[in-house]
Design a protein around this ligand. Structure first.
Ligand code: FES
Length: 176
């Protein structure tokens, strides 16, 4: 068995690990880092449950080798919440009833993050198109699209509410 040393940043933390050359990113995340949010589904890159972001782009963690991740940044569902607060997409999935068994949810959330990075104000059709690689056997897709649109509203509201504060800070800085 061949082993490879990698330096990879996962959810903002840098890890130095030695991994078998044939170990997938999915198995590395689950077995070495105990990040079990990422799910093993079909193991063929078809179901979307395995989706994580690598350098901001959605990736099939079941088809990528951990050895290829040297020097790269991975974001998993465990890295979405900040300061103990759920990401607006996570809140919206709960509020819109877009979760039933939850098996698809981490992958759905990561694909939704990538979608909103690309289209901050997506149409329903864009949501369906961009997330068609994520399969949900429970909810149907209407509530998932509803949740993404609700998250956009939440993020817009948060941004509006933050703007005056930001302006105040700038003004305060200017006065000094
Ligand atoms: S909530 Fe069960 S597969 Fe999507």
């Amino acid at each position: 068995m061949q082993y490879v040393e990698i330096n990879v940043t996962v959810n903002g933390e840098l890890y130095n690990k030695t991994v078998p050359a044939n170990k997938t990113l999915l198995r590395f995340l689950r077995e070495d880092l105990f990040l079990n949010g990422v799910k093993e589904g079909c193991n063929e890159g078809e179901c979307g449950a395995f989706t994580v972001l690598v350098d901001g782009e959605p990736m099939n963690s079941c088809l990528v080798l951990a050895a290829e991740l040297n020097g790269r940044e991975v974001l998993t569902v465990e890295g979405l919440a900040q300061d103990g607060r759920l990401h607006p997409l996570q809140e919206a999935f709960i509020e819109a009833g877009a979760i039933q068994c939850g098996y698809c949810t981490p992958g759905m959330l990561m694909s939704a993050v990538a979608l909103l990075n690309r289209y901050p104000h997506p149409t329903r059709a864009q949501i369906r198109k961009e997330m068609e690689g994520n399969i949900c056997r429970c909810t149907g897709y209407t509530r998932i699209a509803d949740a993404v649109l609700l998250a956009v509203e939440k993020m817009d509201t948060a941004e509006k509410n933050q703007s005056p504060q930001r302006n105040q800070k700038v003004l305060a800085g200017t006065k000094k």
